[in-house]
Design a protein around this ligand. Structure first.
Ligand code: NAP
Ligand code: G4F
Length: 331
């Protein structure tokens, strides 16, 4: 039986990846941080099926210990401070988690399994920032626009560096925005779908947003974790863009979500200047041709399907009904 270790297993992607790996017959191990209240909501349904270990990206010995105990053939490094606005409020912490955290995991892999462990790094389209080419591909130069983006550039290049310096199997997935009903409520898709559901149910009357003009290439998280797994099934490590090759404005997202609930967005959405970022990433659109050619990967869920499903899930959740849940594969 193959064994995998996931850092960030309590996050959106970690929960979908754990499901996918279980489905494929893996023994799944995950790292969790100690907190005064447990935040295991996304993996509650996997209790008893996965192995959880207490550790922190910043505690090198704890990472070494978990790798020793779990003895994985695959390590997926998904843990990070992943919310862009927080990276301006806590730039040092973001650098420690999101940048140096990668080196901590790579060092532990080098020490314990440099010839046997395949390593995946969760790189991000935020690295393209003020984009230097449209659409963005693996060789498009990076121009990050936030401390988060800068930290991810470090994480990406240190992954490439360990691959080239130590001949380790280190792969980096440059993933564009991916969403689901398990997305944190601070991110714009989930903020909007949760807001729509609250307005529909009479629990709120307005939704405050920042910049409606920025464009993102949004896909479904379940599709994207499948790409992560495929990357580690290859004979050689590499870098891959994972995206849909379609882009939409935040305003379009708002229109689709309000329409899904039979509401007129213009009556409810208010612009709050405090939500506008000090530096914006105006346009992201990725070309996943390399992932398609080498991994046979393609997205299965469209933008409209994704947003409509998220609205439905938030409506059900707020009414105390069973939440229709995307599974890691298909909908
Ligand atoms: P997420 O929901 O915010 O999950 C982040 C995970 O990291 C959580 O499990 C969190 O644990 C864990 N974590 C944070 N700091 C940690 C630390 N010091 N030690 C151990 N664990 C720590 O993020 P996501 O959307 O699943 O994204 C997964 C990864 O992909 C992240 O690296 C993100 O930056 C990257 N990424 C995401 C997207 C996207 O659109 N979703 C796109 C490109 C790249 P707690 O539950 O304890 O907070
Ligand atoms: O949903 P967002 O916060 O995602 P963002 O900043 O693109 O970052 C996400 O995707 C990255 C991949 O490119 C990941 F690496 C990262 O970890 C994260 O998952 O914001 C999307 C857009 C931005 O242009 C923002 O200015 O929505 C705009 N927006 C407008 N009003 C808002 C809001 N974003 C948020 N979070 N909240 C608003 O009220």
């Amino acid at each position: 039986m193959k064994r995998a270790l996931i850092t960030g297993i309590t996050g959106q992607d970690g929960s979908y990846l754990a499901e996918l790996l279980l489905e494929k017959g893996y023994e799944v191990h995950g790292i969790v941080r100690r907190a005064s209240t447990e935040s295991f909501e996304r993996i509650e349904h996997l209790a008893g099926k996965i192995h959880l270990h207490q550790a922190d990206l910043l505690d090198q010995l704890s990472i070494i210990d978990v790798i020793k105990v779990s003895n994985p053939q695959e390590v997926y490094n998904l843990a990070a401070q992943s919310f862009v606005p927080t990276s301006w409020k806590q730039p040092m912490l973001t650098g420690q988690f999101t940048a140096l955290g990668v080196t901590q995991v790579l060092e532990a892999v080098k020490l314990l399994g440099r010839d046997t462990i395949k390593f995946y790094q969760a790189s991000s389209s935020e690295m393209f920032g003020k984009v230097q080419a449209v659409p963005q591909i693996e060789t498009t130069p990076f121009y990050p626009r936030s401390p988060y983006g800068v930290a991810k550039v470090y994480g990406h290049w240190i992954t490439v560096n360990y691959r080239e310096s130590y001949n380790m199997f280190c792969t980096s997935g440059i993933l564009f925005n991916h969403e689901s009903e398990r997305r944190g409520k601070e991110f714009v898709t989930r903020k909007v779908t949760d807001g729509v559901a609250r307005i529909k149910l009479g629990l709120a009357t307005e939704l405050k947003l920042g910049n409606l003009d920025s464009k993102r290439d949004w896909g479904f998280a379940g599709d994207y974790v499948r790409a992560m797994w495929l990357m580690l099934q290859q004979d050689k490590p590499d870098d891959y863009v994972v995206a849909t090759n379609k882009t939409h404005t935040v305003q379009r997202l708002v229109e689709v979500a309000f329409t899904a609930a039979g509401l007129d967005w213009q009556k409810h959405v208010k612009i709050d200047p405090s939500l506008v970022r000090p530096a914006e990433v105006d346009l992201l659109i990725g070309d996943p041709a390399k992932a398609k050619k080498h991994l046979g990967w393609e997205p299965e869920v469209s933008f409209e399907q994704l947003i409509e499903r998220m609205v439905k899930a938030d409506l059900a959740r707020l009414q105390g009904q069973p939440v229709p849940d995307f599974k890691a594969r298909g909908i």
